[in-house]
Design a protein around this ligand. Structure first.
Ligand code: AMP
Length: 421
């Protein structure tokens, strides 16, 4: 039989099979990031992968709507796969109105986008992120930035920068050039770094901005400075906003992560729901952003009808792992148990159960191979101990345990193993 044709053996375009080596590495990252979020008082949330299309479309903005996996179910409902977790969380909070504020939730889960697949860009990927809902304080901004910084550090990346801007400052900077801030302009500016300056310029001109203004705008957004200097820059536009960022700077300083933060007026984020601070994280030489976030004070109201300030971030887990050089984690088997005869099988099962009860992993041979072949096959899988239960061992009331790395064998009394020693 020829089996499946080649293209069907591979996952659907833009999606990936996560084999155990990679999946365990991902799980370790999940554990580290969950522990971090929980240590800051955040609690984990999960929602269905499938959402009402209307709920997704409400916040998505034009670009993202085109990226939604859309379908109808058998009853004709219009549905879609979630493209991030901010929308589902906003929906949950629209009926869980009594959740004590501020709400601190985090997630580590899959999202789907019908994006053009390329390196670091998939159609199914994991996001880790937090949502801090119900606080307008600049300390809330700082808390979320600190969590993002610590999440990056938690996977062993020390060389990173979080680039920060503020939509209200960006609005004022645009207005100072006589350009009306709009989602279209921000969407073009968000392409900076992804397309050439010449292309950017012509895209801006396509929005009715003349060449001179476009070039003034591009030079205005080109200067990044340490975030500690941001209040000085912002005070040229708005003293109140400068004061707010002074408070964020102070809080970041208290957490010791201020030096990792830059003020970068080119970070605008493509979506139109941001209302305040916006930011993106870059790690080492990794070209793409590993994460992004910001404040969206009007978004929750879209769903609940109640004005609720909020902010959050999302990190692309696969990108973070790639930037950190994390590709696989081994999870070797502790014991491979080989009963030489059928009389020994029952004992092998008992031994396996005793070892499992102690938290070890154990496989009992399925009786298809001779001892030598079983040993060879087990060695290939990287098992730690090979346990032999033969006639001699049964008579003596022991099992033989071979340490595969040291190539040493010891006899251990059966009664001790069964007693969990
Ligand atoms: P966004 O809110 O769209 O900026 O997404 C947050 C983060 O998710 C990004 O910074 C990326 O790290 C990650 N991300 C976004 N889109 C993709 C994708 N198509 N494939 C893999 N990771 C992605």
């Amino acid at each position: 039989m020829p089996g499946l044709e080649d293209s069907l053996r591979r996952p659907v375009r833009g999606m990936r099979d996560l084999t155990p080596e990679y999946y365990y590495a991902l799980k370790r990252v999940e554990e580290a990031l969950s522990k971090l979020a929980e240590s800051f008082g955040y609690r984990r949330v999960e929602t269905p992968a499938v959402e009402h299309f209307e709920v997704l479309a409400k916040k998505a903005g034009r670009d993202i709507v085109n990226e939604i996996y859309y379908f109808r179910d058998k009853a004709g409902r219009e549905l879609g796969l979630r493209f991030d977790m901010t929308v589902p969380v906003a929906r949950v909070l629209s009926y869980k109105l009594d959740e004590p504020k501020p709400v601190r939730w985090f997630y580590f889960t899959k999202v789907w986008r019908y994006d053009e697949p390329q390196h670091g860009r998939y159609r199914e990927f994991y996001q880790f992120g937090v949502e801090l809902v119900g606080s307008a304080s600049p300390r809330a901004d700082a808390e979320v930035l600190v969590l993002m910084a610590k999440a990056i550090e938690a996977v062993g990346i020390g060389d990173y920068v979080i680039r920060i801007n503020d939509r209200r400052v960006a609005d004022k900077a645009l207005a100072s050039l006589g350009i009306k801030p709009s989602e279209e302009v921000y969407r073009v500016l968000d392409k900076r770094g992804k397309v050439s300056e010449e292309e950017l310029s012509s895209m801006l001109m396509g929005l009715g901005i003349d060449r001179e203004k476009a070039s003034e705008l591009l030079s205005l957004i080109s200067g990044a400075v340490p975030y500690a200097e941001a209040p000085e820059v912002i005070s040229k536009y708005d003293e109140e906003l400068a004061e707010r960022h002074r408070a964020v700077v102070k809080a970041l300083e208290a957490f010791g992560v201020l030096s990792r933060m830059a003020w970068d007026p080119s970070i605008v984020r493509g979506l139109d729901y941001y209302t305040g601070i916006v930011f993106e994280a870059f790690a080492g030489q990794y070209r793409l952003a590993v994460g992004g976030g910001g404040r969206y004070d009007d978004l929750i109201e879209l769903y609940s009808g109640i004005k609720t300030p909020a902010l959050g971030f999302a990190i692309g887990v696969e990108r973070l792992m790639e930037a950190a050089g994390i590709e696989k984690a081994e999870r070797p088997l502790d014991y491979y148990i080989y009963p030489v005869s059928s009389e020994a099988y029952g004992v092998a099962v008992e031994v396996a159960e005793a070892l499992r009860a102690k938290g070890a992993s154990a496989v009992v041979d399925l009786g298809e191979w001779g001892l030598r072949e079983a040993l060879e096959r087990a060695a290939k899988t990287g098992v730690r101990h090979f346990v032999i239960i033969g006639k001699k061992e049964l008579e003596k009331g022991v099992v033989k345990i071979r340490d595969m790395a040291k190539r040493e064998e010891v006899e251990v009394e059966l009664s001790r193993i069964k007693a969990g020693l």
